[in-house]
Design a protein around this ligand. Structure first.
Ligand code: UDP
Ligand code: MG
Length: 326
């Protein structure tokens, strides 16, 4: 009987964590599926860890990892994947916006096509509940990522089932600055899709405010693609073209004797070129800072506690995952 690992990042989800655990357990139990739930407490400031301790004490299939501080959802995903022992892993949110019924559907698709299909993606059926501005940005964002990397990312979410082969492939990727959605697409393998309606958050607030989302978008694009740097080259080419045209024009005017007093043109050109240069330097600087961060080889996260992990577990240990030490 294959084991399913359900990985659930939780950041300030004291009310959602028990609800999520019971909803997922109920549905998996009723279908006699062998499973483990791995909660990753991402440095919550509320009572999430206390709740998780209680859950882990009541059921040893509920395992919990505690981060030493907030490392972000990406880090939590990778900690969960590193600790999971399942033949397949599913990532899902703690707030039940990812319906457990869809989880079951994904599991069934995987079981039926085992060895054939290694990734089952759950895609958002409609983004109806999201506000239109956010929807526009989300669409733009995934279009950009898609164009830059050649990966189909529209309506992507972190709600995915990965076969052990795909999990190991994703964990093999050594970068510190991760973008799970794109990485799980990059590794390839045959994929299947299921569709789900994004539910309402059961309790608490969304952590992805506009500011966090924009930061996340910029981080994700730059950690996955160097296309913005090519923008710099494009901008250079465009300004060069303008310069040639303007130069020819000026020369022509001079030769025909009706050259203008070109002071405003000079100022304008100065402003345009210097802003393009500064913008470009900014982009390059951003990548430099990424390289700087990456080259430090710091761990993706630091684990302070683990519950219901025995020593013979894949990564039984106190700190980090085996992929950290490299
Ligand atoms: N999350 C996390 N660390 C963070 C932010 C969020 O582990 O720094 C978790 C959060 O607990 C939830 C999931 O990521 O399980 C999705 O977060 P949220 O529901 O706030 O995002 P939204 O659904 O609004 O995009
Ligand atoms: Mg949510």
């Amino acid at each position: 009987m294959p084991l399913l690992s359900v990985i659930i990042p939780a950041y300030n989800e004291q009310d959602n964590a028990p609800r999520c655990a019971s909803a997922v357990s109920r549905i998996l139990d009723s279908h006699n599926i062998d499973y483990e739930l791995i909660f990753v407490n991402d440095g919550s400031t509320d009572r999430t860890w206390l709740r998780l301790t209680q859950l882990a004490a009541s059921d040893d299939r509920i395992r919990a990892i505690n981060f030493s501080r907030n490392f972000g959802k990406e880090a939590a995903i990778f900690a969960g994947l590193g600790a999971a022992r399942g033949d397949a892993c599913v990532l899902m949110d703690c707030d039940l916006q990812h319906p457990p019924e869809t989880l079951l559907e994904m599991y069934n698709v995987w079981i039926k096509n085992r060895g054939e299909i290694d990734i089952v993606e759950a895609k958002k059926k409609d983004r109806g509940r999201e506000n239109p501005v956010y929807r526009l940005f989300a669409r733009l964002f995934y279009r950009m990522i898609g164009d830059m990397s050649g990966l189909e990312m529209r309506d992507a979410s972190d709600f995915k089932l990965l076969d052990r082969r795909a999990v190991d492939a994703v964990l093999e990727m050594p970068e510190r600055l991760t973008f799970f959605r794109a990485m799980s697409s990059w590794v390839g393998f045959r994929k299947a899709q299921v569709y789900f309606d994004v539910g309402k958050r059961t309790a608490g607030k969304s952590k992805f405010t506009a500011k966090v989302s924009i930061k996340y978008a910029i981080n994700s694009i730059t950690s996955f693609s160097s296309a913005p740097m090519q923008l710099v080259t494009v901008a250079g080419a465009v300004t060069f073209l303008i310069a040639v045209i303007l130069g020819a024009n000026t020369l022509y005017n001079k030769l025909t004797g009706n050259s203008e007093k070109g002071f405003p043109t000079v100022i304008l050109l100065q402003l345009i070129t210097s802003s393009i240069i500064m913008f470009s330097l900014g982009i390059i600087g951003y990548y430099l800072s990424k390289i700087y961060e990456e080259i430090k080889r710091r761990p993706r996260f630091i684990i302070s506690e683990k519950l219901n992990f025995r020593d013979d577990d894949r990564n039984g240990g106190k700190c980090g995952d085996k992929h950290n030490g490299r």
